[in-house]
Design a protein around this ligand. Structure first.
Ligand SMILES: [Zn+2]
Length: 305
């Protein structure tokens, strides 16, 4: 009996990454990258070519994609702003006669971290990806929690206020990600500029509010700018509030934080604070290990079952 291998493919808005993954999550090939085509038809053809090229080496195909996936793991059903019209009509199971498994990218990343990343050896793993927005996934006893239609853990859309303070990019108000993501940090800065006295002596006091960026604040913290420090701490507070609520709901023994903003979060500090506040101790907070390979590896592992 030979060890099974998967072709793991991560479909991003700008590039498609892929590689061969074994049952332990090891990459058996170089990671290859190709630009994501502009139409759904071209994406389908490109994926078909990639799969055909590796057909003899693999047993299954695992795909990681933005958006909610149907319960059969064959299609992406929700709107995915970075991917073209018609993408939702693609039935990925028709790419090849070998088994194909498609899953949401945050879920794939959570599974990769659980199997062979920062959360290896833990039982209930909550993964939170903090970038431009916030994504999430949870693995319990080796299984992804998917919800009734496969859309569970849309944590970025969790509302944290009831009184319409901050408009979110999704068009609604007060989603967690409109406070605690990279975009959220910018929103905190704009709010602070109008409300914190420290702004009057900030290095950004002459900047137009609409030009304040996420980078300004993280850079301002390094430059000891009082205003930036206050904004940054408020942003961390919003992250903390969400994480402690999720801890109380899911009772994870490990939280893994990934994404472009995770470098700015002190996980030890976050862990201490969550354990002090949560009613369900005791959780370990870690930074993700697999990062940009997580989608591809997780998709491959999930396809291998
Ligand atoms: Zn929203």
């Amino acid at each position: 009996m030979h060890a099974k291998k998967a072709l793991g493919i991560d479909i991003g808005g700008t590039k498609i990454c892929y590689g061969i993954v074994d049952e332990c999550g090891n990459l058996l090939s170089d990671v290859k990258k190709t630009p994501t085509p502009k139409s759904a038809g071209e994406i389908y053809n490109k994926l078909k070519n990639i799969v055909e090229h590796h057909y003899d080496e693999i047993d299954v195909v695992g795909l990681s994609s933005a958006g909610a996936v149907n319960l059969e793991n064959t299609k992406v059903v929700s709107s995915t702003p970075n991917l073209p019209a018609g993408y939702n009509d693609i039935d990925f199971s028709t790419l090849t006669n070998k088994p194909v498994y498609v899953e949401n990218d945050a879920n794939c990343a959570a599974f990769a971290e659980y199997k062979m990343g920062a959360a290896k050896g833990f039982k209930t793993v909550l993964m939170i990806t903090i970038g431009t927005g916030i994504g999430g996934g949870i693995v319990n006893d080796g299984k992804l929690y998917r919800g009734s239609t496969g859309n569970a853990l849309e944590v970025g859309s969790m509302k944290i206020f009831a009184d319409k303070r901050q408009k979110c990019t999704c068009g609604r108000y007060d989603c967690w990600e409109s406070y605690a993501s990279g975009t959220g940090l910018k929103n905190c800065a704009v709010y602070g500029a109008g409300n914190y006295p420290e702004f009057a002596s900030s290095i950004y006091k002459d900047k137009l509010l609409e030009e304040l960026t996420t980078y300004d604040i993280t850079d301002g913290v390094l430059k000891n700018d009082e205003f930036s420090i206050k904004v940054f701490n408020q942003w961390l507070e919003y992250i903390f509030v969400g994480l402690v609520s999720l801890t109380d709901i899911f009772n994870p023994d490990c939280i893994v934080i990934s994404g472009g903003m995770c470098a700015f979060i002190n996980t030890q500090d976050m862990e201490r604070r969550i354990n002090a506040e949560s009613v369900v101790t005791n959780v370990t907070v870690k930074t993700a290990m697999t990062e940009n390979r997580a989608g591809m590896i997780g998709a491959g592992l999930l396809a291998l079952g």
